[in-house]
Design a protein around this ligand. Sequence first.
Ligand code: B12
Length: 456
Amino acid sequence: MPPTPKISTAREAIARHVRGEMILPDVLRAFEEVGRGGAEVKEPRGTVVVATLPGDVHHIGTALLYTVLDSAGYAVHDLGMQVPIQTIIEAAARLNADAIALSALLVTSSRQMPVCIQALDQRGLQIPVLVGGAAINRAFGRRSGVLPDGRVYAAGVFYCRDVFEGLAALDALTDPAQRQNAIDEVRAEIAAERDQAPQSSPRPRSAAMQARRAVEVPVPPYWGARRRQVDLHEVWQSLDRNTLFRFHWGGYRASDADFPEIVRRQFEPWFDRLTQDALREGWLEARVVGGYFACRAEGDALHFLDADVRLDFPRQSDGERLCLADYFNNTRDVVALQAVTVGPRPGEYIQQLQRDGQYVKMLLVNGLASATAEALADYGHQLARRDLGLSPERGLRYSWGYAACPDLADQRKVLPLLDAEAGIGLTLTESDTLSPEHSTVAIVVHHPDATYFAVR
Ligand code: B12
């Protein structure tokens, strides 16, 4: 990657990033230096309302969206998180917005996207809707544009893989010469998706293909839940730096040839400074609770013997017909549960940094908090393996919301078992989102045959 020349407009930085000539932190640094729009922007190019729907408490997706669109010269009205649909619609109508931009990190909030589009249609509003975020894909975006009576939403629904795709869509929508064409194109894609959608048929219930082999049941050192003492230094030693640097810190567009130098010059020094700052200021914590519970498999469910709790898991309808319950015996087995969080302060800090226009630090703090939460989860899993006398590779950890246990609402049964609110301050919102934001909950399976699988 050639050294970045002096950038005079935000648009120039964005164009260089899209061409793979600049990593994301350098783009954000350019935004900080040139200010909104840089030299080129006098009047806002258009107006956009940004919101996260009820069911989500994540900051970074919309924070980046806000930052890029604002810096590119749009008047961006960020309504924040967990915004009721009526509030979004009223704000967009009042501001005569060129578009509404909705973000979803979790499926719980993505389900609200079509509801919002239907409400816009019912109000007779024709405001294009941009949708994005980790929980959705292009097909979902297109399906959101199909109204219950089969019509396609008149103003179009634009799925955006990242903020830069969102910026391109907005640029087209605010250019009178391109606007209608952009809407017609996206509506045609939505109609095509509608016309080829297969009719869904009820999934047949199927039995397990084969029983798992019987294994000796490990004996835990204690029963029930306990808060574990964890040292952040130790956790950071096993943190996946490649994922932190490439994914969370936006080094993904750097070539393999340039990457090592960027790591040495920028990412490693940032890592050292930020981890020291986090320890000194105390904005990252290592809160871990883990517990061991007697259980047995009952069909597709796991029954907790001492708590009268049942967790139901879906079974694959074909192939190996896997189901998590199959990894436990049907007499008396042991299951580990764990919950981890880095505490509430990173979420607050990220919002503060966004307000202060410190975009690079905002990206770095979020990335470190996310990667630390992931590393903490891994650390908790290793503790469980050690406690149960398992080898470092034996068994697997599954989090709710992933393919083998997709139902986030089941965490409502798991958190009380772990006494997670009292132990580490972890709660679930009404829409099954974990609060604080940078937290995870998982079930740890000790069976050596455990594998990751998807249930469709
Ligand atoms: C890092 C991560 C975490 C971190 C941090 C999460 C956080 N709060 O930031 C931790 C480890 C804490 C975590 C926890 C969980 N996670 Co998680 N996580 C991820 C991961 C790997 C990356 C998310 C991320 O930070 N992306 C970076 C940001 C910048 O991306 P983004 O938000 O998508 O936004 C970008 C674009 O999408 C775009 N964009 C976003 N919105 C919009 C809107 C518009 C209009 C436009 C134009 C663009 C746009 O702009 C951004 C920059 O380009 C994703 C998988 C993935 N690869 O995306 C899973 C993922 C989001 N997690 C998932 C799950 C299930 C969870 C947990 C529920 C697991 C659990 N049971 O513990 C918890 C929930 C936490 C909570 N608070 O409720 C699922 C969610 C799906 C679902 N079932 O709901 C995902 C999708 C993984 C998967 N494949 O299933 N997670």
